[in-house]
Write a protein that binds this ligand. Structure first.
Ligand code: ZN
Ligand code: ZN
Length: 359
């Protein structure tokens, strides 16, 4: 990991924005820039001066994990030392803070402590660096996707009908950990029958019914990087409306995969899938965006949705996940994780998207 390179790129953007100091407090951004893995830290960038503040619980781990920063022990709320160092480095100048990630209370306190400095809200500076993945990041995502594929092989082998949703979810999490995942990248969704009509259904202690659709959405974390993949299975012959919904969703997903390439606007990519679902008369059943970026966070930029403003670039990792949800009947979502390449995209999650009927 080239943490020093990432810090230098952030410092260049900081200078471009006329900031004497940049305070990075979002823990994912801190991890991306420094390697710190823990729950309490703030990074301070001031040109070549790069500090990481953390409390006593993490100091020795932080010294081992991080590159390119001097680790400074501070009190539990960090702010006193951070403000002193910021005021010192900025010399009454401009101190950028991550306005998406700082509470009003902490901002107030920082303003009191760093008197004489101008606090400047900064949005998306480090997140912007994170959108295009480096080869070492892609390798982690790829491995996390491979582990998700293993989970779907297990589903196909072991079946679904009659099992409790919660038991299936727990078994899949165990399988992914045994295969090398640090953890699941989010709470696994297993939703059978009408329950699958909720896009964010939580697994229940209820048996999965026959002749239904079952939505399974899961991902693994490897080296801090997430995967994300959804498959929808049938537990027997389906009623006409659900079979039709699956066919439409799959057509939309395939069309979006075919259109996914550098240069396409995220909103236009969303429209490819949404247009097909709308033409099939199911547009009002697809209430969420087509996809999202995936990396150290399970949901991150770019946002692939109607109001998305970004354009896809090579090196981005995004999901393509159209869904159709029919209240009282069931849901279907088909989600793949893809790497945008120089001339198209590579699908990283490889289990079949054809409708698989399991016992
Ligand atoms: Zn998902
Ligand atoms: Zn997703």
């Amino acid at each position: 990991m080239r943490y020093e390179d990432r810090q230098a790129r952030a410092a260049a953007l900081q200078a471009e924005q006329g900031l004497d100091v940049l305070l990075v407090s979002d823990l994912t951004n801190v991890r991306y820039l420094t390697g710190y893995v823990g729950s309490n830290a703030v990074a301070l960038l001031a040109g070549d001066r790069r500090l990481l503040f953390t409390d006593s619980r993490y100091v020795s781990a932080a010294r081992a994990q991080t590159r390119g920063v001097e680790v400074v022990q501070a009190g539990r709320d960090l702010l006193q030392r951070v403000a002193e160092a910021a005021a010192d480095a900025a010399g009454g100048g401009r101190v950028g803070f991550e306005s998406d990630h700082v509470t009003v209370a902490r901002h107030t306190r920082l303003a009191e402590l760093a008197q004489g400095c101008e606090l400047v809200p900064v949005q998306g500076l480090v997140e912007g660096l994170r959108v295009r993945k480096a080869p070492e990041e892609i390798a982690m995502v790829r491995e996390a996707a491979r582990i998700a594929d293993l989970a779907y092989e297990a589903v196909a082998r072991e079946g679904l009908a009659g099992r409790l949703e919660a038991d299936v979810a727990w078994a899949l999490e165990g399988l992914m950990r045994a295969a090398g995942a640090e953890r699941a990248s989010f709470d696994i969704i297993v939703a059978g029958g009408p329950h699958g009509a909720l896009p964010h259904a939580e697994p229940r202690r209820e048996a999965i019914p026959p002749r239904a659709l079952v939505v399974v959405d899961l991902g693994a974390v490897v080296g801090g990087y997430c995967s994300d993949c959804t498959r929808t299975f049938a537990t027997g012959p389906l009623p006409e409306d659900l079979a039709h919904a699956y066919a439409v969703c799959l057509e939309a997903e395939r069309a979006a995969l075919a259109a996914c390439r550098p240069g396409i606007a995220a909103a236009d990519l969303d429209a490819v899938a949404r247009g097909l679902i709308t033409d099939a008369g199911l547009g009002d059943r697809f209430g969420h965006g087509l996809g999202h970026g995936v990396g150290l966070d399970i949901h991150e930029r770019p946002w692939v949705r109607p109001e998305g403003t970004e354009t896809l670039e090579a090196g981005m990792v995004v999901t393509i996940e159209p869904g159709i949800y029919i209240e009282g009947s069931g849901g279907v979502r088909i989600e793949d994780l893809v790497l945008v390449t120089e001339d198209g995209c590579e699908v990283l999650t490889t289990s079949t998207t054809d409708l698989v009927t399991l016992g």
